[in-house]
Design a protein around this ligand. Structure first.
Ligand code: G3P
Length: 217
């Protein structure tokens, strides 16, 4: 399973990239707005740091505007995938953009049928929002599992990105559900390192080492 970082923060991206475990980055208008400045410049900088896929979302809501914005975003770097919301206008835009070879990540997916429409239109990625479904009492990961199973059964090349990941357990469940990718906030990525037995183990090894060194003196 690939791991993407769900952030537009350059510090977070640089730090995570040093660990060598990040395959791509996803952003959205909320994350981009948090960073301020010119988004095109920010996107170009992210693409200089990250060789893998980098998702950037359109703001327009009608097909023509989405297509215009998507072409503009895709021209920033070859690894840019344009995030398009799963509306009738969005799906029309995906069909046009896919024919031009522009990679689309269809976002705000909350149902299997939305994912199916996106894949049929030629999307490279679909992003089901796990946490937001859980928030309203639904089972977000069951949706990821359904989409992953059907895409694999029919041999769709469209990849599933488990998005709106809220905690490390979601990452495990995304992998078990067969998701191609999980996009994780930096806070969750850091939590993935943690286990109290690792801390305890290091502490014990160090103290045993010190004791042994002390004995030989
Ligand atoms: O980028 C899309 C998704 O990951 C957003 O997550 O936490 O705002 O529901 P969240």
């Amino acid at each position: 399973m690939k791991l993407f970082l769900d952030t537009a923060n350059l510090q977070e991206i640089k730090e995570a990239m040093q660990w060598g475990v990040i395959d791509g980055v996803t952003t959205n208008p909320t994350l981009a707005a948090r960073e301020g400045g010119d988004f095109r410049e920010l996107l170009a900088e992210i693409c200089r740091i990250v060789p893998g896929s980098v998702s950037a979302e359109v703001i327009a809501t009608e097909t023509e505007g989405m297509v215009r914005e998507a072409r503009e975003l895709a021209s920033v770097a070859p690894q840019v995938a344009v995030k398009i919301p799963v509306t009738p206008d969005g799906i029309r835009a995906v069909k046009i953009l896919a024919a031009e070879g522009i990679k689309c990540n269809v976002t705000l997916i909350f149902s299997f049928n939305q994912a199916l429409l996106a894949a049929k239109a030629g999307a490279c990625y679909v992003s089901p929002f796990v946490g937001r479904l859980d928030d309203i009492g639904h089972d977000g990961m069951a949706l990821v599992a359904d989409i992953s199973r059907a895409f694999s059964h029919y041999g769709f090349s469209c990849e599933v990105i488990a998005a709106s990941i809220r905690h490390p357990r979601h990452v495990i469940e995304a992998a078990m559900a067969g998701s191609h990718i999980a996009t994780v906030p930096f806070s969750v990525l850091k939590q993935m390192f943690n286990h109290p037995l690792t801390d305890l183990g290091i502490e014990r090894f160090l103290s045993d080492w010190q004791k042994a060194k002390g004995n030989t003196k």
